[in-house]
Design a protein around this ligand. Structure first.
Ligand code: GAR
Length: 191
């Protein structure tokens, strides 16, 4: 039986797009649900294009009820993939999916991680500190922002001519290249 993936995203969902594309043709797994806290997130449109069901939740539903867990259980989801999802994952989900929740972060953690470090803020901080390299980190999720065990990192060089836009682009290229592939390796280890 194919493994079943749920994607959590808060924004554009370009990584979600790559994951949906990748697993559309896969014998190993399929994306069965896209969840978001943001009713205006473009990821909802992307999911519709793949005819993948979506679910929008608010803070109260996510943190004060178990309806998201019930939905994931009903759909027999095996792996939760955070792709630009900006809320902390509640304890009840961590307990229900041990080592089955992964996140991608646009920096070489543990540098440039933690609460409030997401998207352009990360790239701007890296630029401000005149770093010579940056990269991406794919990691397991725990109860703190960006602190779970690392699964994979990839790096790129920062040139003196780089700007926020070019750094963001280089990071995104690495994310799109590696995230679906790393998800596959994780799925193969799940019973
Ligand atoms: C990605 O770059 C991801 O690494 C980052 O949000 C972006 C989402 O882009 N995540 C974080 O910063 C988490 N702390 P996308 O919506 O185009 O996939």
């Amino acid at each position: 039986m194919k493994k079943r993936i749920a994607i959590f995203a808060s924004g554009s969902g370009s990584n979600a797009q790559k994951i949906m594309e990748h697993f559309k043709r896969s014998d190993l797994a399929e994306v069965v649900l896209v969840l978001t806290n943001n009713p205006d997130a473009y990821v909802l449109q992307r999911a519709d294009n793949f005819e993948i069901p979506t679910h929008v939740f608010d803070k109260k539903e996510f943190y004060k009820s178990d309806s998201v867990l019930q939905l994931l259980k009903k759909l027999e989801v095996d792996l939760l993939v955070l792709a630009g999802f900006l809320w902390l994952v509640p304890e009840y989900l961590l307990q229900a999916y041990p080592n089955q929740i992964i996140n991608i972060h646009p920096a070489l953690l543990p540098a440039y991680g933690g609460k409030g470090m997401y998207g352009d803020r990360v790239h701007q901080a890296i630029l401000d500190n005149k770093e010579e390299e940056s990269g991406i980190t794919i990691h397991f999720v725990n109860e703190r922002f960006d602190e779970g065990e690392h699964i994979y990192q990839a790096k790129f060089k920062i040139e003196p001519t780089d700007t926020l836009e070019t750094i963001k682009f280089k990071g995104q290229q690495l994310e799109h290249q590696h995230f679906p592939r790393v998800i596959e390796t994780i799925l193969k280890k799940i019973q």
